[in-house]
Design a protein around this ligand. Structure first.
Ligand code: GLN
Length: 186
């Protein structure tokens, strides 16, 4: 099993290290050929508008949409935005990968200065300290499975083979989300 991490922008290195720390092979994905070689993909946090542009420039939009239609994909922060079917605050021409039937609001927990660390509670009973950085809020999530909450708010979801989280687990050494993601592989 090999997990890819989309490596166009954002903190992909930390995700590669998190996956490897769990004893699973990980590789950076920058083009359609590298995408073909992985069994699942993580889309990291960063800046979703920049990642969207790079996805188009690198000819990755259609390959990523096809991949996400059938294979496991985890999006964190900017990655969650890119996997959302609807985004409040997206640029008018911003292309999304989509697949998660949720509405997400960009920068909803505040800007860079309001970034914070907090404890999220997974529905399976595990709690971990994670980072919220210019984090998106999951506004509407009627059809998806709840994976984790922060206080009373849903911050991680699953729908079929897709998972998304508002936060960065990889910056605080939290690996539970990665474990859940990997355990969903067939
Ligand atoms: N607010 C950023 C965006 O809209 C996401 C921030 C992050 O990934 N830490 O892309």
């Amino acid at each position: 099993m090999r997990v890819g991490v989309l490596a166009l922008q954002g903190d992909f290195r930390e995700h590669l290290l998190a996956i490897e720390s769990l004893g699973v092979q990980a590789s950076a994905v920058k083009n359609p050929v590298e995408l073909e070689a992985v069994d699942g993909l993580i889309i990291p946090g960063g800046e979703s508008t920049t990642i969207s542009k790079l996805i188009e420039i690198f000819g990755m939009l259609s390959p990523l949409r096809k991949f996400a239609a059938t294979k496991p994909v985890l999006g964190t922060c900017a990655g969650l935005i890119l996997l959302s079917n609807k985004v409040s605050g997206a640029l008018a021409d911003q292309q999304l990968i989509g697949g998660l039937p949720i509405t997400t609001e960009r920068n909803s927990y505040g800007g860079q200065l309001q970034s914070f660390e907090g404890q999220v509670d997974f529905v399976d009973g595990v709690s971990e300290n994670v980072a919220f950085i210019r984090a998106p809020r999951i506004l509407e999530h009627p059809e998806v499975e709840v994976v984790a909450k922060f206080q009373d708010e849903v911050v991680a979801v699953r729908h079929g083979t897709l998972m998304g989280a508002s936060f960065h687990p990889e910056l605080t050494g939290a690996t539970h989300l990665h474990k859940l993601f990997i355990s969903s592989f067939n």
